[in-house]
Design a protein around this ligand. Structure first.
Ligand code: UDP
Ligand code: MG
Length: 316
């Protein structure tokens, strides 16, 4: 079997209520594309009928279906990672099982890639959002962009397409907690975004609690930026400088007024405490600096990606 043009990777965790609907829309949508494809389902340790349903579907369409079964729940991103491991397509599209992102949109992402993009993200067309929510999410985005240099309008949207080169780079990163769309973005050369329709979850319930969402944002910032660690240094320097300035003013004033007894003129417990706090904070940031370096080292991300090398063919 030769490599298909498109691989679609779908993590599945307790999705028995929605799988049938997914199959009945996904396969026709991909058949209609007129490109060779494969679908890689990764079962992330479902405890419901999902596995049986995936087996059935595999039997129905074995030529375009592959199923990877985890023996436990390792999380959505690890499931996608495994899907990347097994996907053979020239382009890999990730999609949620719950039909929140319509499979009919896959064609649009692929068409965008045809224009020469190696990474195509998606932005949910928002219909009923109130103004302040839109503002809040825009502010959140800008903050993240500044911290991590990752421009992603809609981080919650998993419908994304990656070129094989990016998938390989993602695969070769050996990190345990990661956010795949951001990792993919950081390896991309010419990213783009398209607007997609967005629906409510077709059936079943969200596997994400508020806590998990907060964790995700944390992963995003700590996984792609060491700024939080460096913040302490900056804060420490600021505290020190301000306290030293106040200190000098106070001492100068005391001397001018002839206050204080001998050497005690330079003693001011409160201000000296602040200077010390500043130094401690600075030290904390300094340690953070080293920890950050260790952190970057252990992730073993590829340090650079070579697109091509132009050189004469060597004779063997
Ligand atoms: N998922 C998974 N493992 C998990 C949680 C979720 O594989 O531990 C899958 C889930 O089956 C779905 C996708 O990840 O295909 C997104 O999950 P969900 O729709 O619950 O997230 P939400 O859309 O609410 O953010
Ligand atoms: Mg969902």
């Amino acid at each position: 079997m030769s490599a298909p043009e498109v691989s679609v990777v779908i993590p599945v965790y307790n999705e028995e209520d929605v799988l049938e609907a997914l199959f009945s829309r996904l396969y026709p949508a991909l058949d209609a594309l007129g490109r060779s494809y494969e679908i890689v389902f990764v079962n992330d340790g479902s405890r419901d009928r999902s596995v049986a349903m995936l087996r059935e579907q595999y039997q129905r369409r074995p030529e375009v279906t592959r199923v990877v079964l985890f023996n436990g729940n390792f999380g959505q991103h690890m499931a996608i990672m495994a899907g990347f491991e097994y996907a053979r397509g020239e382009r890999v599209v990730t999609l949620d099982a719950d039909l929140q992102n319509p499979p009919e949109e896959i064609g649009n992402l692929i068409a965008k890639m045809d224009e020469g993009h190696d990474y195509v993200g998606s932005v949910r067309r928002r219909r009923h959002d109130v103004a302040w929510r839109r503002l809040a999410s825009r502010a959140m985005n800008r903050l993240r962009e500044r911290l991590t240099h990752i421009r992603m309008t809609d981080q919650g949207c998993m419908l994304r397409a990656y070129d094989k080169a990016i998938v390989d780079a993602i695969r070769s990163s050996r990190e345990v907690s990661t956010y795949i769309p951001a990792l993919g973005y950081s390896f991309s050369q010419n990213p783009a975004e398209v607007e997609v329709e967005h629906e409510e979850r077709a059936a079943g319930e969200s596997k994400y609690s508020l806590y998990k969402l907060i964790r995700l944002n944390f992963d995003l910032v700590t996984g792609f930026s060491v700024v939080p660690l460096q913040l302490f240094s900056i804060f420490g320097i600021a505290v020190s400088l301000v306290s030293i300035a106040i200190y000098l003013v106070v001492i100068a004033k005391r001397i001018a007024l002839g206050e204080g007894d001998g050497l005690w003129v330079i003693w001011d417990r409160d201000i000296l405490t602040f200077i010390l706090i500043g130094i401690v904070l600075f030290g904390l940031g300094l340690v953070g600096e080293y920890v950050g370096r260790i952190y970057q080292q252990v992730r073993e991300r590829p340090r650079y990606l070579v697109q091509a090398v132009l050189e004469p063919k060597r004779d063997a």
